[in-house]
Design a protein around this ligand. Structure first.
Ligand code: DUC
Ligand code: ZN
Ligand code: ZN
Length: 459
């Protein structure tokens, strides 16, 4: 099977040119002006942008969390991702404290392999570290294609590891060429602020925000960087939200350590004033939304190259699930639906509004994640020999975000009525048309596990 994409404006992290792309089976075989090749199918991309399939390295599908499960599973979540132009996701396996990494891997394989519509990899969340787990970490890198290890500096008693475990984990991961990622907030401080607020009868969603002030993230981000520097391990801070945390990293990077930063679309677009609304639970996530000054700082961080990736932390819960915390903000399941619209938001809010260039857009939505997490240039690139994961994007199409039209398994949108310019039109996954004419043509099981190697951003 071959496909020729003709007349598109091809954008990568470094290039911008008018070119045709010839695909044979799963792979890009030729790129050039007016390619004289015959294919089984030709797609005319005149007037469209053509860029590499996007990668969301931060999603939670069917995740057991706060007494329930995130409402998108591998089928609905990866399908919604494809509709938006995200062809690959990296999801999080959660080790159960006291149990092995291998048992957790088996559980996640069962829920992902038969269901995934788009491609996927796993970060392994190490929630309990000891000498036996250290051996498993090595096996994950060398035998299972899992080279990134997620840690939590919060959620004590469920997910958090202490600083001693963190440093020992970093040493093993460094030795074997992996990377440690982190939810960097000061869990003890947050837990005490939550208790104080509840004791005072402050139960509304606003107090979720007020229990996680900026300093809790800035402090933990700096501490994580210092532990990376001590161990020499490369690291990655997920879902950074604020100026204070960014400045903590900026200061540390002056000593030339390897630390990468991810932010998420929501932290660039919406702010904490939403917590004052009656329906504020819709945006309860951790870390919480911040302020306008933080959005500006994050956009600047992207342009300065301190923030390398924009993901989503997609972790949807239905309104019924959110209502678990109607009398107590600490019981609202944390997270919101986001996987589908990241690319359209980044184009509309970022590129169209002059905040980032087209090349930067591809870099932060696709290429950098592929490089940092060891899947470049198979993913994240339009190059000869790369997987034919391709987005054909209409840069002028206007549309409105709504729960009525989204494909995520969630009965609300946090962006209801938001007007967007630019729409994902056609999506190819490894040479197959996954999305066209607003329909998905792939099935559960068509998405494949991506075994990942060492980061190509770390020398
Ligand atoms: N934050 C969320 O909002 N949801 C899932 C986990 C997390 O850290
Ligand atoms: Zn987190
Ligand atoms: Zn997360």
């Amino acid at each position: 099977m071959s496909i020729l994409i003709k007349n598109g404006r091809v954008i990568t992290a470094s290039d911008d040119c008018q070119a045709d792309i010839f695909i044979e089976n799963e792979t890009i075989r030729a790129i050039g002006k007016d390619l004289d090749m015959v294919a089984d199918e030709t797609i005319d991309a005149s007037g469209k942008l053509v860029f590499p399939g996007c990668i969301d390295p931060h999603v939670h599908l069917d995740m057991p969390f706060m007494g329930t499960y995130s409402s998108d599973d591998y089928e609905t979540g990866t399908r919604a991702a494809l509709f938006g132009g995200t062809t690959s996701v990296i999801e999080f396996i959660l080790q159960t404290q006291g149990d092995t990494l291998h048992n957790a891997l088996k559980t996640w394989q069962e829920k992902s392999i038969p269901k995934a519509v788009g491609d996927f990899g796993y970060h392994m969340a190490v929630t309990d570290f000891n000498d036996d787990v250290a051996k498993e970490v090595v096996q994950m890198i060398e035998e299972e294609g899992i080279s990134s290890f997620k840690t939590f500096m919060a959620y004590k008693g469920a997910l958090m590891i202490d600083d001693g475990q963190m440093v020992q984990l970093m040493k093993v991961v460094k030795k074997h060429g992996g990377i440690v990622t982190v939810h960097a907030t000061n869990g003890d401080m947050i837990d005490s602020l939550i208790s104080k607020n509840l004791e005072a009868g402050n139960t509304k969603p606003l107090y979720h925000y007020l229990s996680q002030p900026e300093v809790t993230e800035a402090e933990a981000s700096g501490r994580f960087c210092d532990m990376l520097n001590y161990t020499g391990c490369p690291g990655y801070i997920v879902h950074m939200t604020c100026e204070g945390a960014l400045n903590a990293v900026r200061k540390r990077t002056q000593r030339n350590q390897k630390v990468f930063v991810e932010t998420c679309t929501q932290y660039l677009m919406i702010d904490a004033s939403l917590y004052e609304q009656e329906d504020g639970a819709k945006w309860v996530m951790s870390p919480p939304l911040r302020e306008k000054k933080d959005q500006e700082a994050l956009w600047s961080g992207i342009n300065q190259g301190i923030v390398q990736v924009v993901g989503t932390d997609h972790c949807p819960f239905t309104l019924e699930q959110k209502a678990m915390g109607k009398d107590n903000f600490a019981k609202i399941p944390n997270g919101h639906p986001a996987i589908e619209h990241r690319i359209e938001f980044m184009y509309s809010e970022g590129v169209r509004k002059g905040k980032i260039s087209l090349n930067k857009f591809v870099e932060v939505c696709s290429t950098n994640a592929a490089k940092i997490f060891g899947m470049y240039p198979k993913k994240g690139a339009i190059g000869i020999g790369s997987d034919a994961d391709i987005v054909i994007f209409d840069p002028n199409k206007e549309h409105t975000i709504s729960v009525d039209t989204h494909h995520m398994n969630c009965d609300y949108s946090g962006y209801e009525g938001w007007k967007v310019t630019g729409k994902t039109e056609t999506v190819l996954l490894r040479g197959k048309v996954a999305i066209s004419n607003n329909e998905c043509h792939l099935n559960p099981g068509d998405g494949k596990f991506i075994p990942r190697g060492k980061s190509s951003m770390v020398i």
